[in-house]
Structure formats: structure tokens, C-alpha cells
Design a protein around this ligand. Structure first.
Ligand code: HMG
Ligand code: MG
Length: 315
């Protein structure tokens, strides 16, 4: 049991409560060299839900040749408990068919703000990606599923360099206009800084997209993810993507490293008096257990600081 917690100093202008959208089982495990056994994935998801995470993105229904790490999506969904909100990624109608067949009712499409990443991640041009998503979203909604959209490379692209704010806003608007309930802004390679976050959120607001339709998805390559989350919090964003233990990356963008660690985010939010509903001890214990399964320590500073005082548990 940990006894260390940050002192709370609440800034009244910040949101009282935020939603953490946990992506560890999907964004975290899609980038692991070794294939994690399906029963370990199922236990990871169950433990994250038990730690109070309200949304746990479970896996992806992408082409198994493109992401072999998640090729067991069907099997995973037969063994996890479907009580919580457990979205999955689907790139196209084939992915949607597989997800619906597995009983999924929360899906996420994932677009790119840049031409090169659309080609590399989806085998489509920037324009063609929308043609692939349009019938996918339409049918998902008709089947009663809700659809989230990601837009990647919002803060920079490893092949194209700087990405124009307006290009990101145009990409995001096209995805939202398909009928998605939320747009998650991805800093896929972690190059964004706090002022850039504020400028991008302002640009969305100016284009008529309010903060309550937006989420943020930071990778921590340059150690900026937590500062960027703070900038988003001051702006009024209330949904934060994060990955338990800081696992993560994208196999189609080699400079992408781990996501913002959920523990680091929860620690900061606790100190700011912003509610998340997450049990930090249970979460740290989960990441310590998962680090044991993966055979390497978690990159999360909070997991390292608190890890020795929790019992990892697990089978
Ligand atoms: P493609 O090769 O162009 O596919 O790949 P296609 O449409 O030409 O179809 C070719 C064959 O694949 C067909 O089979 C399809 O049925 C099959 P055939 O007729 O030849 O027998 N197929 C599928 N099979 C299973 N599941 C499917 C599927 N789709 C087609 N869903 C495709 C296009 C989009 C499928 C491919 O590019 C792909 O799977 N890409 C996924 C890449 C990926 O998962 N990247 C990581 C996630 S994104 C990310 O991490 C960023 C994020 O975290 C935010 C951020 O950080 O910025 C979200
Ligand atoms: Mg990501």
C-alpha cells in the first residue's frame, strides 16, 4: 500500500473532473516486440477496469499482417468481461464487421493530418482515408455503435516536419463531420510543446469545434506529455488519453515512443484536486505486474517512485 500522495492545491478555473481514456492494451501493446499472451492482455484490461479507469481501449481490428501484436483481437474479446466501456480501433468496413461480430459497440477510426502518414499507416492518400472512413462510420452508427476519431501527426510528422495548424483542423473537422462523437488529437511522435497545444486548441475553437468535442493524446518522446496535458487542462479539455506504465508507440512511426503514463497524469491531477476516479495504488500495482510480464521496467516516473511499495499481484 503506498502512503505517499501529493498535497492538493486546487485551482478553481480547472475542470473539477476529467475522463481518462486508457489506451495501454491497444497503443501500448501494439508496439511491443514480443507478442503478449492473450490471457495476459485480458488480465491487464480487467485490472485497469478494477483500478477505476472508465474507458479501456482493448485492441484493434486492423489487418493482422500490419499489426501482428493485436492479431488475437477476436480471441481477446471472447475472454474479457464486456461490462465496462471498451472501444477498439477499426480502420475500415472489414475491421468494423469483425468488431461488430465480436459484440463491440464502441469503435474508433484513426486518420492522419499528413499525406505521408496516411500512406504509411493506412495505405491510403490523405483524401482517400476519408473515403475509407465514411461508409465505416455510417454503418457503425446505423448498428448502434458510437465512433470516436483520432487524428495523428497533429504536432509534427517525422517525414514532413512541421504540420500546419489549419491542416490539422481541416483533417479533424472532416472526421467529426462523419458523425464521430469525439476527436482525439494525437501527438504521435511527442514533439509538441505547451504553447503549441494551446494554439491548436484555439484554432479548433475558432473553427467552431468546442473543447468538449476534443480529447488529447500525447506521446512522451521529448518528455513534454505531462506539460502538454496541463496546457490542455488550463484550456478546458476534459478527456485525456494515457497508457498505464507509459507503454506505447506506433509501429508505423518509428520515432513514436510511449504514451503519457496514466500514473503520471493521475498524480498531477490529484495534486491539482481534479477528480479521475482512479485508484492510484491499484494502477501502479498493475503496471509493476505488467512490467514483470514484459521483462523491463516501466518508463513512468510515478510507477518507479511508488512501485516498490505496492504488491504487484497477478497470477
Ligand atoms: P490494405 O492492404 O490497403 O487493405 O491495408 P485492402 O483494403 O487493400 O485489403 C487487402 C486485404 O486485407 C483484403 O483481403 C481485405 O479483406 C483485408 P483479401 O481480399 O486480399 O483476402 N483486410 C483486412 N483484414 C482484416 N482486418 C481488416 C482488414 N482490412 C482489409 N481490418 C489497412 C489497409 C487499413 C487494412 C491497413 O493499412 C492497416 O491495417 N493499417 C493499420 C495500421 C495500424 O494499426 N497502425 C497503428 C494504429 S494508429 C496509431 O497508433 C496512432 C494513434 O495512437 C494516435 C496517435 O498516436 O497519433 C491512434
Ligand atoms: Mg498513439
Amino acid at each position: 500500500m503506498s502512503t505517499t500522495l501529493p498535497a492538493v492545491h486546487r485551482a478553481p478555473a480547472l475542470p473539477e473532473r476529467v475522463t481518462i481514456y486508457e489506451v495501454g492494451p491497444r497503443d501500448g501493446l501494439q508496439n511491443e516486440k514480443a507478442i503478449v499472451p492473450v490471457h495476459v492482455k485480458a488480465e491487464f484490461i480487467a485490472r485497469l477496469e478494477a483500478a477505476g479507469l472508465p474507458v479501456v481501449e482493448a485492441t484493434s481490428f486492423v489487418h493482422p499482417r500490419w499489426v501482428p501484436q493485436l492479431a488475437d483481437a477476436e480471441e481477446l474479446l471472447t475472454i474479457v468481461d464486456h461490462r465496462g466501456t471498451m472501444p477498439v480501433l477499426v480502420p475500415n468496413e472489414r475491421g468494423l464487421d469483425r468488431a461488430l461480430e465480436a459484440g463491440v459497440r464502441h469503435v474508433a477510426i484513426f486518420g492522419s493530418a499528413t499525406e505521408t502518414f496516411a500512406q504509411r499507416n493506412l495505405n491510403r492518400s490523405w483524401d482517400e482515408q476519408f473515403a475509407m472512413f465514411e461508409p465505416t462510420v455510417k454503418r457503425a452508427l446505423a448498428e448502434g455503435a458510437d465512433v470516436r476519431a483520432y487524428v495523428s501527426m497533429c504536432f509534427g510528422d517525422p517525414w514532413e516536419g512541421a504540420v500546419d495548424l489549419q491542416r490539422v483542423v481541416d483533417s479533424g473537422r472532416r472526421l467529426l463531420d462523419l458523425g464521430c462523437y469525439q476527436l482525439s488529437l494525437g501527438d504521435t511522435i511527442g514533439v509538441g510543446t505547451a504553447g503549441h497545444v494551446t494554439a491548436l486548441l484555439d484554432a479548433f475553437n475558432a473553427a467552431g469545434v468546442p473543447d468538449d468535442l476534443l480529447a488529447v493524446h500525447f506521446h512522451d518522446t521529448y518528455g513534454q506529455a505531462l506539460a502538454n496535458a496541463h496546457a490542455a487542462l488550463e484550456h478546458g479539455i476534459t478527456t485525456y488519453d494515457a497508457s498505464a506504465g507509459g507503454l506505447g508507440g506506433c509501429p508505423y512511426a518509428k520515432s513514436a515512443t510511449g504514451n503519457l503514463a496514466t500514473e503520471d497524469l493521475v498524480w498531477m491531477l490529484r495534486g491539482l484536486g481534479v477528480e479521475t476516479g482512479v485508484d492510484l495504488d491499484a494502477l501502479v500495482a498493475t503496471s509493476v505486474w505488467m512490467a514483470g510480464e514484459l521483462g523491463r521496467p516501466s518508463p513512468s516516473a510515478v510507477v518507479r517512485a511508488l512501485g516498490s511499495s505496492v504488491e504487484p499481484g497477478g497470477d
